[in-house]
Design a protein around this ligand. Structure first.
Ligand SMILES: C[S@@+](CC[C@H](N)C(=O)[O-])C[C@H]1O[C@@H](n2cnc3c(N)ncnc32)[C@H](O)[C@@H]1O
Length: 289
């Protein structure tokens, strides 16, 4: 199984913070689409967590929607948080937490709503990440996210496979497996759906440059550590050409959306939660005063 080298991914995002907004067009579009889903949900959250907040685009959207809510921006790349912190002026600054989404330094049951845009694909253990989300959400709380499915960057993956056998593109998890992970974590009523979005480029170098500026260049643990030489880039460019349509090279993104609730009776780790009122005394048991 291909894994993300977290240290490398974090460093890529740290270096990307300054220019991220200049290329994050798809990320902003899918953030808008994600947040619109809250139109159909009746909640009035007081504390909202933006998981993988980046430069804080989602924070503005959440603030506009829930004016009374406090927003926590969580990200493992500190320079991203420095930018997120500038949103909303000093009166309405988000609380910023620099941490890994797979291990949240937040209290049990403290959050009403978690929103996560274009981040979960950087987590190695989705079960653990969802378990953490369930833990910090209050009973009746909501998790709303999007991430990328296996068709994402399929043209780039296929072109690289004609050049060498190394790992060049991140692994992406199938929508059904993400839904199964939500159920395993004991979320209730999960709803999943997916859509394809295609960006187009004049040449493959422009796609690679965008990925780099976004901080999304290859951070797989199995990547080859040397520099990509000119000859291999030329071979990649040639292999990508078979995808050209109407003079442009497509880069497909499969965007997977998920929404799931925390049950009112929150499950206790591996056990089953039983309300005290439902526990009956056995006939004949002695009663204490
Ligand atoms: C593609 S950006 C999306 C940022 C923001 N949500 C947006 O819509 O613009 C992914 C963000 O997730 C952060 N990230 C990736 N993996 C993470 C992890 N395991 N824990 C915390 N943050 C993570 C990155 O630092 C980056 O800021």
């Amino acid at each position: 199984m291909i894994r993300i080298d977290k240290r490398r991914a974090r460093r890529n995002f740290e270096q990307a913070a300054e220019r991220y907004d200049s290329v994050a067009i798809l990320q902003r579009e899918i953030a808008d689409r994600l947040i619109e889903r809250l139109d159909y949900v009746r909640i009035q959250p007081r504390l909202v967590l933006d998981l993988g907040a980046g430069t804080g685009y989602g924070i503005d959207l959440l603030r506009r929607r829930y004016r009374r809510a406090r927003v926590i921006a969580l990200d493992f790349a500190h320079p991203m948080l420095l930018r997120a912190r500038r949103r909303g002026g000093w009166l309405a600054r988000p609380l910023c937490v620099c941490a890994d989404a797979e291990s949240l330094p937040l209290a049990d049951g403290s959050i009403d709503l978690i929103v996560s845009n274009a981040t979960l694909q950087w987590c190695n253990d989705l079960d653990r990440t969802f378990a953490e989300c369930l833990r910090v959400l209050r009973p009746g709380g909501l998790l709303l996210f999007n991430t990328f499915g296996p068709d994402t960057l399929k043209e780039l993956r296929s072109a690289w496979s004609q050049v060498d056998a190394a790992s060049h593109v991140s692994p992406f998890i199938d929508m059904h497996d993400i839904g199964d992970a939500l159920v395993r974590a004991r979320f209730a009523d999960p709803v999943m759906d997916a859509e394809q979005m295609i960006l187009t480029y004049s040449e493959v170098g422009a796609l690679m440059a965008d990925l780099k500026i976004l901080g999304a260049s290859n951070a797989t643990a199995e990547r080859s550590r040397g520099l990509t030489g000119r000859a291999r880039l030329a071979a990649l460019s040639e292999a990508y050409e078979c995808h050209r349509r109407d003079g442009r090279l497509p880069a497909t993104y499969e965007v997977v959306y998920g929404l799931a609730w925390v049950p009112e009776q929150k499950p206790i780790s591996d056990g089953v939660a039983v309300p005290i009122s439902a526990i009956q005394r056995r006939a004949g048991s002695s009663e204490r005063a």
